[in-house]
Every structure is written in C-alpha cells, then in structure tokens.
Design a protein around this ligand. Structure first.
Ligand SMILES: [Fe+2]
Length: 190
C-alpha cells in the first residue's frame, strides 16, 4: 500500500473579519478622486479630500480573466462616509457577458445592495452579516455603506463575466440611496 501526501491549504478566508490570505491576491482601491459623477452632488464630492479611500477590493483570480467556466472570489470593504447625504458606495456595474449571475454575502457592517434591470427597474435589500444575495444576470449591482463602521462583503462571480461600468457611468441607477433624517431612504434618481 503506497501512501500519498495530503496538502496543506494555501488560501484562507476568515468569515468573521473578511481577511483573505493567499499567495496571490489582487488588491484595488477606489479613492474619492476616482468617483467623479458617481454621486448626485458632484461639487461636494470634488470639494472633499480626494485621497480618501471609499472602498477597496481584494480578489483571488485562480484563472485568467475571460476564461470560460472559472470562478473569481473577492472581498470588498466600503468605508463609512457620505457625499452630501448620499452614502459611500461602489460605482456599480452590469456584467459585460450580460447573462452571468453573482453571489454577494454580508460579513460585517451594515449596507444596502441596490439592483437595476436593463429596463431601469430598481430594487434594494439590506446587506448584513450572514445575508446571502443572488444577483441574476442582466442586473446591475452596487453596494452602499449605511453604517458608521466598515461594510465588508464577499463576492463570487464567473471568470468570463467581465465588468460593464460604462452603462452606469452614462445613465446611472434609477434610484439613489440617501440619508433622510438619519434613515437610509431610496429615492427616484431620474
Ligand atoms: Fe458583479
């Protein structure tokens, strides 16, 4: 009888803190300077500290981007803050390969996931620790931090999904999430 070795894992994910530990991680940071025209009040955004980090994403890409059949994994951290009453949020995107779905799940903090279909119909749901969100294909998605602490959430998507940020840059979402008297409120944007 020959003995085969059992490998130690190389990649760890801490479900409590969102800490991803891997020899191969891609990190991207989004500063306030990179969010031009994302918030309704562009003048206020432009007047704030442009070096402020609004969110950062750590990703594990086991295969090349665009490869069919692979999966990507990421953990996002959105810092607390507002631009003229509108919560710090991700730019939001459709997937370039439009009919590809994605999972998000809450790890820490309080947030709202805002979705919009290709007809401009929008909806939103709270994203909180242990909440799980299936985002169907052809649905744009963005997340806002509505709390006073960092919002951390995980994501898993197809390696051939790609990101279409341009549609959102041009048309935005049909709703905006604003703080109205201390309460997260979804209002019509168009
Ligand atoms: Fe996505």
């Amino acid at each position: 009888m020959s003995e085969r070795s059992i490998k130690e894992p190389e990649i760890f994910f801490d479900n409590q803190t969102g800490q991803l530990t891997s020899p191969v991680i891609t990190v991207s940071k989004k500063l306030l300077s990179g969010l031009e025209n994302v918030f309704k009040n562009e003048a206020v955004r432009a007047s704030m500290d442009q070096e402020q980090v609004v969110y950062e994403v750590e990703c594990y890409f086991p295969v090349e981007e665009g490869k069919k059949g692979g999966l990507f994994w990421g953990v996002s951290r959105i810092y607390p803050g507002k631009v003229a009453g509108e919560y710090f949020m991700t730019r939001g995107h459709f997937h370039s390969e439009s009919d590809t779905a994605e999972f998000y799940w809450g790890i820490a903090g309080k947030g709202v996931l805002v979705c919009m279909d290709t007809n401009g119909q929008s909806w939103a749901e709270y994203l909180k620790p242990n909440s799980l969100h299936y985002i169907a294909g052809n649905v744009a998605h963005r997340v806002a931090n509505i709390g006073n602490e960092s919002l951390i959430f995980g994501a898993c998507w197809l390696s051939d999904a790609g990101h279409d940020y341009a549609s959102i840059e041009q048309n935005g979402f049909s709703v905006r999430l604003v703080d109205l008297n201390g309460k997260p409120t979804l209002i019509e944007a168009w």
